[in-house]
Write a protein that binds this ligand. Structure first.
Ligand code: ZN
Length: 506
């Protein structure tokens, strides 16, 4: 009797779950750079535009958290439409030291390409990402009839979500004030891009003032607008132009437009998550998304569009703001990690240059020297790690050997570090600071495995998506397999997430 009741309950629960929604004409995949989940709830009363629509008509996941370290822009954007951890995708950071090339590289830097549309310069491509994306699978499934386009202020934020087979990725070049691409995609920009750039989209903000911050007349204008809502406005305007010119969602096949709004990140770094600026740009983003959704409705009909929105990471409070409210935290002394490693290894093994590269909290050791001195790399790592563990406010130190062999402590932080480790690109030492402790002497930053850096919005809006709040724990890695299921295409090659079936249904 009890068993039959349980069975009946299970069947009822299963019948509540609908089949995957019908295939949309257009997928609009939005990242708000550094947009913490709590911006949705703290500033809810400010929202009457795009966020309001998403929060009332969409499926909102209230507990989406990243499960990797470091929580930075390139990694978050690579996960968005691939579902893959850095351990598989190879996108381990914004920049890392390439041991083979003997130089520091960015996640998208590609010396085999050049910029298209702006001043001459080295271009960017998705070449360093080793897995594919939803857009790639969409194009494989229909013989490249689908169009896939990525747009952002930042190159990595435009390129990584769009994937390898994308028709184009466009980003803002703060030297020329134009949207640029690279020869990876084409030798010459389409006519509509030239027309958009001919309007000098950023110049109209010269001399304007936002919350007391006045834009220069020239000179630094293009980089100055990045840390204001103006940066998002030029991205949205460019996305609307792409929608019209490329006829996205208007050609009888499913297209994908990935748009990443970076200005929220620049504002957050400069002023912090508790500043009037962070609140103001959140409200401005709500209004801008409202405008964007209206444009989508006119061009494609919102019923035919599947919108998904997330963020690539969160951000820590400004340490001084936290201190004033009796919360923990502080700033690490400049260069303390590299200095500790260099001093410790010099004392034990002799005075040599023991570090090949160090980026804030990670260290790449001089492996040539270690080999020449006939030392054991793992032992040298251990020596340095022990010294680093004694640095005040160092929370955890991982060595390359620990992460490569799975010897890292198997708690949640250890798993996140392993998810973020890719042997050929990983550092020899990775240092995590205590919660609320950051590197850098001004503003604030992100990158740690703590809630303020990992908790982000995940919202879907579209026909066949059941509106409401979903409180179960999920990760942004679930977005890509969910999209692949809705689009009836193969799940991207490195995806580790699950399909969010709970939101399927009317
Ligand atoms: Zn970011």
């Amino acid at each position: 009797m009890v068993m039959r009741k349980i069975l009946a309950l299970i069947l009822m629960a299963v019948s509540l779950l609908g089949a995957a929604p019908k295939k949309p004409k257009l997928v609009v995949a939005i990242v708000i750079d550094q947009f913490r989940y709590d911006y949705l709830t703290r500033y809810r009363s400010d929202y009457h535009g795009g966020f309001d629509l998403l929060l009332t008509k969409g499926a909102r996941f209230t507990n989406a958290r990243y499960q990797h370290f470091p929580t930075v822009t390139a990694v978050g954007h690579s996960i968005f439409l691939s579902g893959a951890m850095p351990a598989l995708s190879g996108i381990v950071a914004n920049t890392w030291y390439d041991r083979e090339a003997g130089m520091q590289v960015s996640s998208v830097s590609d010396p085999e390409t050049t910029l298209v549309g702006g001043l001459p310069g080295v271009g960017s491509s998705p070449r360093r990402m080793l897995v594919d994306t939803v857009g790639d699978e969409l194009k494989i499934a229909d013989d490249s009839q689908s169009r896939v386009i990525g747009i952002s202020l930042k190159d990595r934020a435009a390129i990584l979500p769009a994937g390898h087979m994308a028709n184009a990725a466009y980003w803002f070049d703060s030297k020329s004030g134009k949207f640029v691409s690279s020869t990876y995609y084409f030798a010459e920009a389409p006519a509509w891009v030239k027309e958009a750039n001919a309007t000098r989209p950023a110049d109209r903000y010269a001399g304007q003032t936002w919350l007391g911050h006045q834009m220069p007349q020239a000179g630094q204008l293009y980089s100055a607008i990045e840390a204001t809502p103006y940066g998002n406005e030029i991205v949205e305007d460019f996305a609307e132009r792409a929608l019209a010119a490329e006829q996205l969602g208007q050609r009888g096949v499913t297209d994908l437009l990935a748009v990443s709004f970076s200005s929220n990140d620049y504002v957050g770094h400069a002023y912090g998550p508790d500043s009037p600026e962070a609140r103001a740009i959140s409200a401005a983003t709500d209004e801008l998304l409202g405008k964007f959704f209206s444009a989508l409705d006119r061009a494609v009909g919102l019923d035919n569009v599947l919108v998904v929105l997330t963020a690539d990471h969160g951000v820590a409070p400004v340490p001084e703001v936290n201190a004033a409210r009796h919360m923990p935290g502080g700033r690490m002394p400049d260069g303390v990690i590299a200095k500790t490693v260099q001093d410790t290894l010099s004392k034990k093994y002799g005075k040599f240059d023991w570090i090949t590269a160090s980026l804030e909290s990670v260290v790449y050791l001089n492996r040539e020297l270690i080999a020449v001195r006939k030392l054991d790399l793992a032992e040298v790592e251990r020596t340095a790690a022990e010294a680093l563990r004694n640095v005040p406010h160092v929370f955890r130190v991982f060595t390359g050997a620990q992460l490569a062999t799975g010897e890292a402590l198997e708690d949640s932080v250890g798993r996140m570090a392993m998810n973020g480790y890719f042997p050929r690109r990983g550092a020899d030492l990775e240092v995590l600071t205590d919660p609320y402790w950051i590197f850098g002497s001004t503003g604030t930053t992100h990158g740690l495995p703590f809630g303020y850096d990992t908790h982000v919005p995940v919202i879907f809006l579209g026909s066949g998506i059941r509106a409401g709040e979903y409180d179960n724990n999920i990760t942004p890695n679930d977005i890509a397999p969910t999209l692949a299921t809705i689009l009836r295409v193969e799940t991207p090659s490195g995806a580790v997430g699950r399909v969010l079936v709970e939101m399927f249904g009317q």
